[in-house]
Design a protein around this ligand. Structure first.
Ligand SMILES: C[S@@+](CC[C@H](N)C(=O)[O-])C[C@H]1O[C@@H](n2cnc3c(N)ncnc32)[C@H](O)[C@@H]1O
Length: 242
């Protein structure tokens, strides 16, 4: 049962839209913070590697309007859900998707991308294949480009993420929405999403990295680290590298 759940976890989540519906506010905040840390500029070509259902698209929308967004993932269900998010906001002409396993190859030319984002997309890949991903990112990133990575910490805590998310939605003064999330949505987020991820991380099925280890890994793979900080209710590290 556990392996069936883990095999189909993202697929079912993206296809049923449960992934989007149950996304905790703290996770959205982690994406917002990542976007805030990106270098400014127009006509930027973004690669969202392991884009899932494209949660970043809404947050990046103002920059996609003057640039290009390419979302890649190995799961078609994610890409289809992401595609729907591009219908709103006049960005559909600036958005492309490709189904690709980034441990093998992403179908883009060398030095063709300004900013690569990997928000919680590397940690489910076995350690021995992570080097392949960084090699592919290096190949795609143009000189002076930016890589932004968010990966879970060993201190990942499902309980803390829910608590932080409740605090954040309550602070928005949207009382009814906050109560609905607190009473009906986040208990499901905790039970079916975060607790499962926490268990996978504790059992070593998916990988956590201490901040300094993640930075060292990026350096070993040819990137220079420009900034790192703890995000996602102290459960993940954001690294900006080049
Ligand atoms: C936790 S989801 C994150 C999705 C999205 N980045 C977000 O933050 O909402 C992890 C994503 O990484 C994708 N992924 C995992 N391994 C991959 C691989 N080898 N190649 C491409 N995508 C992969 C999964 O399919 C999934 O969509």
């Amino acid at each position: 049962m556990a392996s069936f759940y883990s095999r189909f976890y993202w697929r079912i989540g993206f296809g049923s839209r449960l992934y989007d519906l149950l996304t905790p506010e703290s996770y959205v905040e982690s994406m917002r913070r990542l976007v805030e840390c990106l270098p400014a500029g127009k006509n930027t070509i973004f690669l969202d590697a392991g884009c899932g259902s494209g949660g970043l698209i809404n947050i990046l929308k103002h920059r996609i309007q003057n640039g290009v967004y390419v979302g890649t993932d190995m799961l078609l269900e994610g890409l289809l859900s992401a595609q729907k998010k591009t219908d709103a906001g006049n960005i559909s002409n600036n958005v492309y998707f490709a189904q690709a396993d980034f441990t093998y190859s992403i179908p883009l030319k060398n030095n063709s991308v300004d900013i690569i984002i990997a928000h919680f997309s590397i940690y489910t890949v076995p350690q021995e294949k992570r080097g392949n991903i960084y090699r592919e990112f290096r190949r795609l990133l143009r000189e002076g480009g930016t890589l932004a990575v968010v990966e879970p910490l060993p201190e990942y805590s499902a309980r803390r993420i829910v608590k932080d998310s409740i605090r954040r939605v309550s602070a928005k003064n949207e009382d009814i929405a906050a109560w609905i999330k607190k009473l009906f949505v986040y208990p499901l987020t905790y039970q079916f999403g975060l607790k499962f991820i926490e268990r996978q991380l504790r059992n070593g099925v998916w990988l956590t990295s201490k901040s300094e280890v993640l930075c060292a890994e990026l350096r070993e793979n040819g990137f220079s680290v420009k900034h790192s900080e703890v995000v996602y209710a102290d459960s993940a590290t954001l690294v900006i590298a080049g």
